[in-house]
Design a protein around this ligand. Sequence first.
Ligand SMILES: Cc1cc2nc3c(=O)[nH]c(=O)nc-3n(C[C@H](O)[C@H](O)[C@H](O)COP(=O)(O)OP(=O)(O)OC[C@H]3O[C@@H](n4cnc5c(N)ncnc54)[C@H](O)[C@@H]3O)c2cc1C
Ligand SMILES: NC(=O)C1=CN([C@@H]2O[C@H](COP(=O)(O)OP(=O)(O)OC[C@H]3O[C@@H](n4cnc5c(N)ncnc54)[C@H](OP(=O)(O)O)[C@@H]3O)[C@@H](O)[C@H]2O)C=CC1
Ligand SMILES: O=C(O)C(=O)Cc1c[nH]c2ccccc12
Length: 416
Amino acid sequence: MEFLSETIGKRVHDPYVEESRCIMIPGPIIVGSGPSGLATAACLKSRDIPSLILERSNCIASLWQLKTYDRLRLHLPKHFCELPLMPFPSSYPTYPTKQQFVQYLESYAEHFGLKPVFNQTVEDAKFDRRCGLWRVRTVGGKKEETTEYISRWLVVATGENAEEVMPDIDGLADFGGPILHTSSYKSGEMFKEKKVLVVGCGNSGMEVSLDLCNFNAHPSLVVRDSVHVLPQEMLGMSTFGISTSLLKWFPVQVVDRFLLRMSRLVLGDTDRLGLVRPKLGPLERKIKCGKTPVLDVGTLAKIRSGHIKVCPELKRVMQHSAEFIDGRVDNFDAIILATGYKSNVPMWLKGMNMFCEKDGFPRKPFPNGWKGESGLYAVGFTKLGLLGASIDAKKIAEDIELQRSLLPQMARSQHC
Ligand SMILES: Cc1cc2nc3c(=O)[nH]c(=O)nc-3n(C[C@H](O)[C@H](O)[C@H](O)COP(=O)(O)OP(=O)(O)OC[C@H]3O[C@@H](n4cnc5c(N)ncnc54)[C@H](O)[C@@H]3O)c2cc1C
Ligand SMILES: NC(=O)C1=CN([C@@H]2O[C@H](COP(=O)(O)OP(=O)(O)OC[C@H]3O[C@@H](n4cnc5c(N)ncnc54)[C@H](OP(=O)(O)O)[C@@H]3O)[C@@H](O)[C@H]2O)C=CC1
Ligand SMILES: O=C(O)C(=O)Cc1c[nH]c2ccccc12
């Protein structure tokens, strides 16, 4: 098996070998080498099942390595974020830094011998009913060539954050200063003393605003609607940990009432700061609408002290300023779009009912979204972060092992 995957690896990387155009894969094809893809490949490997990971970028965990800011830390305690079969080093702090998390993922890939094929963007994946196989077409490599990979199983691990959401704001194209999405923001270094408009108040908008303050920039945060802000910890424990424990015993509405009462005690009345709370509670809203509550890591204090201004919805943007729906106009030097991300599955996975065309998520909600038909799987679309990805990965590996054991011996040894 090892030998075969190596041969395949060579063929894939060798642009002069004729067969590299169409490659039969002995195990599942996994699209995406983020935490979800790596976790699935590791769980498969632990069951002696080889897999091939296709990754559009040139490294593992590209979201974490290329699209996040320097000061990012995990905002859930580390034991909720570790991948299956390998814990975080005990020397890591409760909330590891981005660099530590990436180092952990690098060690994880090395430990399980995972070698994704980089620079391979999956542009099309179809199930060929005539032969019962998946045909996955990629573009990439030095010569931007097309390759077709063929397998019995396809694991979608492209993530909930595959593409940036770019908002349609009147006049944005006329703005004279820099406009960047949070996925390109590294630090506030280049914004010292500048007035920066941050559009969007999810965790990214909140944390980027705080980072800007720490670099002596002057951020204004657009809160167009409502938002739940919770303390990262309460009663000396993580809010996320308390929530998951309580959810085992109480209905979500009861847990939400408790969280809101505690938040009020720890953070005070956030409505007074312009951060109006939604009608649905924080966990119920996360489950029903996929909106992650903000875990406060210091932004509220900066709003309270006036270092971060809160603004209502934007009406329009002009060359050096912005107008808000309350009629207020203010000057800005730069705009940061903290407007979130979306799935890209509908762009490349064709003809399968498992994913919703509109939002690119599995139609069945957690815990049932991981398995589709014809050997199709989804990992990391649970809206439960890394914890959800680990749960999916384990189930997928177990299921593929079962499916494989049902194949006739001949087909198994021929890997198709
Ligand atoms: C700033 C930020 C902080 C976060 N912090 C936390 C946290 O503390 N805890 C937590 O649990 N979750 C957190 N999350 C949620 C995040 O979704 C997970 O941490 C995790 O990255 C999900 O892993 P994934 O593998 O599913 O997706 P990703 O990490 O997005 O990996 C998907 C991979 O698929 C590749 N890909 C996409 N499309 C294609 C294609 N067509 N062809 C080939 N490859 C493709 C991408 O390049 C990428 O490498 C955070 C998210 C962000 C944006
Ligand atoms: N430390 C950590 O662990 C961090 C984790 N994350 C995670 O990464 C994921 C992505 O987070 P994030 O990037 O914040 O994205 P989110 O989708 O969570 O938030 C996007 C925000 O942008 C707002 N928005 C969208 N369009 C507009 C518009 N036209 N005008 C004004 N506001 C707009 C949304 O408002 P509305 O709600 O009204 O649609 C929402 O508040 C989340 O799961 C988050 O938890 C992010 C940063 C740090
Ligand atoms: O950080 C994220 O994006 C996650 O999805 C994990 C997460 C952070 N805070 C939460 C609150 C409720 C459920 C999941 C999360």
